[in-house]
Structures are given as structure tokens and as C-alpha cells.
Design a protein around this ligand. Structure first.
Ligand SMILES: [Zn+2]
Length: 349
């Protein structure tokens, strides 16, 4: 079976990071790069200030949903535990009591022929007031520039569509895939349209991401899942390569990072928050608290633990930080970065 840089198999990799379904300023300088709409909406005052840490309002910046009666997801063959519908009612059950007030949908690697259907499916959810989804990152295949340009240009005036992701750690996307000239051109186009691109790549190839970022100064990037370093991979060389890549990305002022995903790389039956802490601490220190945003990666996180356990683990890891910093991580940074608007929906407690 094929193995990756860090010695894991494709099957393990999918299981761990599924991700497969699955800014700014220089490092240390913390201002988020705001869109014009973000500048106008960042300080929306309607939500009550949080004084009780347990009552933090949460923006979930990486919420998957899939209805298997509508969409074909080839990767389900490698992840049978996830191969059933996960729809909004399931998400409500998973997040009950957590004060998730807004979510950003994350594309789920549908069959390319269903990308428009997926975008329309989530746009409908974004426009309705019966759920917390306010924005979406949709699928796309930047390497085919002409097709991609036609596809994404349709959404240039659709404010809920914030960006595009193509997962770059699959069999079809070898190292260097994102550096093909047509791919780069498409990601540059995203910047022209005010959209972002999610970097969801193997932990050993983050420098490819940095080379892409360097060629796309007008595009905003989000590194998914702390750079996809398995918390179980303690090989010093692998970790050094991951750290080098993360530091290089953090030096780019148009990149932020999602604190997410790594729970899926922990041991399902015996993990503890301390297992996740080294990756999270390194990521927070490298990007700075103002350039990190929380994400659930639900339901992929459930391969290891319920969503609530991941939230509790992260809260415990950052408990010694100021409440202002915790609010930034779980809520404020995402609202600013994406320019998220309120809608008439309230979380049940
Ligand atoms: Zn994901």
C-alpha cells in the first residue's frame, strides 16, 4: 500500500485527516487582513459579550455536510464509518449546548460533475434562517483553468461563497501539483475575485503551499488542520519538515491557519488533550493568536471523538490564555477574516 512522507498509508491518511472530505501580517504581527465587507461588519454588536468561558460563542469555520442521496463521494469507500448522510439535523445534535452561532461550510470532495450542485445546495442553506451556516468554501479544480474560470466567476458577486478548496493530499495530487502554471493562475484569479484558497496538504509538502502563496499575493489562504501533522507521528525529521513549512507559511502575510483536524489523527480509544497540545501550541505560537481560527472538521472529527470532546480539549489547552484571546480563536477572528454577517438564527442551549 502506498505510503506518504511520514510513513503512513493512504488509508490511514484518509482516516486521519479526512480533510480528504476535509490574513494578515508577518508572523508575530497580528492584524488580520480584512475584506472591505469585513471592515464594515466586524464589530457587529448584536451578540452578547462573553464573560463565562463555558458560554463562548463559537464560529465553526469548517463544517462538512453530505447527503448521500444527492451526492457521490468516492472517498467514502476508504472511510466507511463516514459513508452515510450527515445533514444539518445531525450537526444540531452534535453541537447542542456549544453555542455555535455561525458556521462556514467546507466542500466535501464531491464528484467534479456535482460541484455546481454542491454550491447551490449550501447556498440555499446559507440563505435560510433555520440553521447557523452563513458562508461556504466550495469545491474547485484550479488546474483546469478555463473550466475553473467559468465556474468560479459565476460566484464573484455571491458574498456567501468565500473561497475554494481542492484537497491536495490525495493520490491524484502528487507533490508539486499546486505549482502547475494553470493552477497558480486560477488561484491568482481567486484573489482578483476576493475569494480565498484553503491549503489542505501533506505535512511534508507545505513548502509547495508557500511557493503557491508567493505567486498569489492578492489571494488569502487558510492552512487547514494545523498543517496536517499527525499527533501520533513523533519522528523528529517529519516534525522538523512540518515545522519548517508552517514557519514559511506564517511568514506570508496573506495566510492564516485553522486549529482543527488533528483530533482525527489521535488514537480513537485512548487519546487525551495532552496528545494534541504540542501541535496546537506550535501552530498558535507560529501564526500568533490573531491568525488562528477554530474549526470542528465535523463529522470527520468523529472518527476519534464527538465534536464536543474536541471543543472541550481545545478549551482546556488554551485555558490559561486571556478570555480575549480565547474569543479571538473561537469566534472573533473568523468573523473578521470572512466578514461573517449575523442572520436570524439562534443556537439552542
Ligand atoms: Zn474536513
Amino acid at each position: 500500500m502506498k505510503t506518504y512522507h511520514s510513513g503512513i498509508t493512504r488509508r490511514d491518511f484518509v482516516r486521519r485527516t479526512l480533510t480528504a472530505a476535509g490574513a494578515a501580517a508577518t508572523a508575530g504581527n497580528s492584524a488580520l487582513m480584512l475584506s472591505d465587507s469585513a471592515k464594515l461588519t466586524a464589530a457587529e454588536p448584536k451578540e452578547k459579550p462573553v464573560t463565562d468561558p463555558n458560554a463562548f460563542l463559537i464560529v465553526d469555520t469548517h463544517q462538512h455536510l453530505w447527503d448521500v442521496s444527492k451526492f457521490t463521494l468516492a472517498w467514502h469507500k476508504e472511510a466507511p464509518k463516514l459513508a452515510k448522510s450527515h445533514v444539518m439535523s445531525d450537526y444540531f445534535a452534535a453541537t447542542r449546548g456549544l453555542n455555535v452561532t455561525k458556521t462556514v461550510y467546507m466542500e466535501v470532495d464531491v464528484d467534479p460533475g456535482q460541484q455546481v450542485k454542491e454550491a447551490e445546495y449550501v447556498l440555499d442553506l446559507c440563505q435560510r434562517d433555520d440553521n447557523p451556516m452563513v458562508a461556504a468554501v466550495i469545491s474547485g479544480r484550479p488546474a483546469d483553468h478555463d473550466t475553473f474560470k467559468n465556474y468560479i466567476s459565476k460566484y464573484k458577486d455571491t458574498p456567501q461563497i468565500k473561497g475554494v478548496r481542492q484537497v491536495l493530499h490525495g493520490d491524484g495530487t502528487p507533490a508539486g501539483f499546486c505549482l502547475a502554471p494553470t493552477f497558480v493562475k486560477s488561484v491568482q484569479l481567486l484573489g482578483d475575485l476576493g475569494k480565498s484558497f484553503d491549503l489542505c496538504m501533506r505535512s511534508g509538502e507545505l513548502l509547495d503551499g508557500e511557493k503557491l502563496v508567493a505567486q498569489c499575493p492578492k489571494t488569502r489562504f487558510i492552512v487547514d488542520h494545523c498543517g496536517n501533522m499527525s499527533v501520533q507521528d513523533l519522528d523528529e525529521k517529519h516534525r522538523a519538515v512540518w515545522m519548517t513549512g508552517m514557519k514559511a507559511l506564517a511568514q506570508r502575510s496573506n495566510v492564516i491557519c485553522k486549529i482543527s483536524g488533528i483530533i482525527a489523527s489521535a488514537k480513537p480509544d485512548s487519546w487525551k488533550p495532552a496528545d494534541l497540545e504540542p501541535n496546537i501550541r506550535f501552530t498558535l505560537e507560529t501564526f500568533g493568536i490573531d491568525r488562528c481560527i477554530f474549526a470542528s472538521d465535523w463529522p470527520v472529527c468523529t472518527l476519534t471523538a464527538p465534536l464536543k470532546d474536541w471543543v472541550d480539549a481545545l478549551k482546556s489547552i488554551v485555558r490559561d490564555r486571556s478570555s480575549a484571546d480565547q474569543r479571538k480563536l473561537f469566534h472573533d477572528n473568523a468573523v473578521k477574516f470572512y466578514g461573517l454577517k449575523n442572520k436570524a438564527w439562534k443556537a439552542k442551549t
